[in-house]
Ligand binder design. Structure first.
Ligand code: CP
Ligand code: NVA
Length: 322
């Protein structure tokens, strides 16, 4: 039996695999009517466990699974035994007897690692405190829809050193882009992730640079990306939150900041956005903004990823035709 593969971080895919998965997703998006006959997940149920709220991830997985001929099953943590009277590993072993794959949105990244260890079917991280690989796959697809090539593009991150930055950094590094990130002092990304990204950038001809100055990061950038300053799971530490928010005073993506970017820059945000905090209406509603394309592309990128993991022969057959 083939060994199953899990995607817990975007660098669980090789750079070539990531490129191919994105190419597949773009072809699928353009191929109207394809899913009337292409049903690689037919007869299969794909389960998704959520410990945190979700709009895009939940709906894009449910609709994407349905398009691929499969049956989506969403499990909210409060409704199942996970973490109450059953360990994550035992839950994973049981679910593997019913499901073709499991997606999991959790708080601590170690929990999705435990689920992957206990499962005999592929596990996809649907966001943890450390990684958001599905977002990065959709983001790379969105960048390629707007620019012909990845190389030479400068991507600027302005905001928190969080889960979305981690996979964005790994993906841009894998694909040979320049990633310049501006975060306030004390809110740097995870050191181990930065190390992995630095190695990827070295191999791809990309670049990783950090700064505490948003203008420096954004200068001549082709892509500007931000995310909420307070991520899910951080809301409960209210005293610390006030301190955290004040560190981000100069990190709002507004009209003045984007004036330093390339004229044709695109604005990206994983959403949900806190308008008026990390981004102004003027920027997110401008013609440079591609945030709703990113949201749509979650579905296409995840369809490619699921087919790749669950039914590689069908994935290859489609790839060969396009
Ligand atoms: N971007 C993203 O993951 O959105 P949701 O939290 O709505 O799934
Ligand atoms: N950094 C955010 C991303 C939400 C999609 C969070 O973890 O809440």
């Amino acid at each position: 039996m083939d060994t199953k593969r899990d995607i817990l971080a975007i660098d669980d895919l090789s750079p070539d695999e990531l490129r191919d998965i994105i190419k597949w997703a773009i072809s699928a998006k353009q191929d109207e009517g394809l899913f009337e006959e292409f049903m690689p997940l037919q007869g299969m149920t794909i389960g998704s466990i959520y410990e945190k709220p979700s709009t895009r991830t939940r709906v894009s997985f449910e609709v994407g699974i349905d398009k691929l001929g499969g049956n989506p099953l969403t499990l909210l943590k409060g409704d199942i035994q996970l973490g109450k009277s059953e360990s994550i590993e035992d839950t994973a072993a049981v679910l593997s007897r019913y499901l073709g794959a499991i997606t999991y949105r959790c708080f601590g990244h170690a929990d999705v690692e435990s689920l992957a260890n206990g499962a005999t079917v592929p596990v996809i991280n649907a966001l943890s405190d450390l990684h958001h690989p599905c977002q990065a796959a959709a983001d790379m697809m969105t960048i390629l829809e707007n620019y012909e090539h990845y190389s030479e593009l400068k991507v600027a991150w302005v905001g928190d050193g969080n889960n979305v930055l981690h996979d964005l950094m790994l993906a841009t590094a894998a694909l040979g882009m320049k990633m310049h990130y501006a975060v306030p002092k004390g809110f740097e990304p995870n050191e181990e992730v930065v190390k992995r990204a630095t190695i990827l950038a070295k191999n791809s001809g990309g670049e990783i640079k950090s700064t505490h100055d948003p203008i420096e990061a954004v200068k001549d950038a082709n892509v500007i990306y931000t995310d909420v300053f307070i991520s899910m799971g951080e809301e409960h530490t209210s005293g610390e939150l006030i301190n955290k928010m004040s560190a981000f005073d100069y990190f709002q993506v507004n009209e003045e900041l984007v004036s330093h970017a390339d004229d044709d820059y695109i604005f990206m945000h994983c959403l949900p956005a806190h308008r008026g905090e990390e981004v102004t209406d003027g920027v997110i509603d401008s013609s440079n903004s591609v945030v709703f394309d990113q949201a749509e592309n979650r579905m296409w990128a995840q369809m490619s990823l699921m087919t790749f993991l669950i039914h590689p022969a069908a994935w290859e057959a489609f790839a060969d035709l396009h």
